[in-house]
Design a protein around this ligand. Structure first.
Ligand code: ATP
Length: 359
């Protein structure tokens, strides 16, 4: 079942005097999709969300909901549900009345609105708390009320601004799963703002990484993580190694590059690569400690200089022959090469796991 609308942003901008908080954001979201705006503080995520909501007037550009322009429509006429980090519940109303409130504003008859509100209170697991007031609830419970209130009137679009930011990690993971289940079950179109890259990767159908008021990279989480468009995106999401190198030869989407003085390896060409200065981008879990005899397509001589125990995995700091350090993540399963700090080793990886990006 899909109840959500399609969303399109065309060259959306917001300037404050000469400062561009949002400097031309365009995207197209299908009905029932979950989009996350991810990016460092000040990159324009909230401003973009507030323009979609109708709380901030764009300086230029266009917003379409289900193909209809809503750019200058008043906020309350846009049929959008919102959830904020600070819950924003009405303190003098019970859980049930808070959830029923948007239906009251829409003049839904009393019996029907209480029935629909009770249904959503149950969906978020608060049926035994219906008659409590917000102050009598935990943070996680308050956020569930806010969620039910945002969804109860079947909005075309749901906007969430750091909704789980105030919760502890365990509760955050649980709420992520609950929000995702509700979104899928109800077919909601969601635009979600977060700082948390893990949250973005696990919840989204599409991720827009924002930088200085623009979208730096847009795509499904797997593509953003495994094939980032540029170094900013690669370094913003997950752990990364960037190994400076020099291009020797290029052929059919690949290149032969030199690391240090003498070692040549093969890499995949990234999208933003030109003839300028380059790095090999490689995730720590895609590079392996190995023996000289192991059959990796790329192999470099190295020395282990440190190990950090992470529980399920360990992170090895390894120095290459030219002096630069990289990080290698290895699951702690008791297999793999036994290796200690200070020992000489080799690091190996497959060609498709190393991507050439602009330095
Ligand atoms: P955060 O993750 O910290 O919430 P954000 O990505 O949501 O950041 P925005 O709140 O959208 O960023 O702000 C983007 C930029 O616009 C920031 O540099 C901010 O200082 C600036 N800005 C926002 N509102 C105003 C305003 N009313 N007047 C001037 N500048 C503003």
């Amino acid at each position: 079942m899909t109840s959500g609308a399609t969303l399109q942003l065309n060259e959306l901008q917001r300037y404050y005097d000469n400062f561009g908080a949002v400097r031309g954001v365009s995207l197209s979201l299908e009905a029932g999709q979950f989009l996350t705006l991810l990016g460092p503080s000040g990159s324009g995520k909230t401003t973009t969300l507030m323009m979609i909501a109708g709380f901030i007037e764009p300086t230029a550009g266009e917003i379409l909901l289900n193909g209809q322009p809503v750019t200058h429509l008043e906020a309350h006429k846009r049929d959008i549900g919102m959830v904020f980090q600070n819950y924003a519940l009405f303190p003098h109303m019970t859980v049930l009345d808070n959830v029923a409130f948007p239906l009251k504003m829409r003049k839904v008859p009393r019996a029907e609105r209480l029935e629909r509100a009770a249904d959503f209170v149950r969906r978020v697991g608060l049926e035994n708390f219906s008659h409590r007031y917000p102050v009598q609830l935990s943070g996680g419970q308050q956020q569930r009320v806010a969620l039910a209130r945002a969804l109860v009137f079947s909005p075309s679009l749901v906007l969430m601004d750091e909704p789980l930011g105030a919760l502890d990690r365990r509760l955050r993971l649980q709420m992520q799963e609950e929000i995702k289940n509700l979104q899928t079950e109800l077919g909601l179109t969601v635009v979600y703002v977060t700082h948390d890259q893990e949250e973005a990767l696990t919840m989204s159908d599409q991720v827009a990484v924002m930088e200085n008021g623009r979208i730096s990279c847009y795509g499904p989480p797997r593509t953003i993580y495994e094939k980032p468009d540029n170094r900013f995106v690669a370094s913003f999401i997950g752990e990364s190694n960037f190994v400076p190198c020099e291009i020797r030869q290029q052929f059919q989407g690949q290149a032969l590059v030199r690391v240090g003085d003498t070692s040549d390896v093969r890499v995949v060409m990234g999208d933003d690569q030109d003839a300028g200065e380059s790095v090999i981008f490689i995730r720590p879990e895609r590079i392996h400690l190995c023996l000289e005899t192991d059959s990796y397509q790329n192999k470099l001589s190295a020395q282990v200089v440190g190990e950090i125990y992470l529980g399920d995995a360990s992170l090895f700091r390894v120095r290459l022959a030219d002096g630069q350090e990289i990080r290698i993540k290895r699951p702690n399963r008791g297999i793999g090469l036994p290796i200690k700090t200070g020992e000489h080793c080799y690091v190996g990886w497959h060609v498709e796991d190393g991507i050439l990006l602009r330095r």
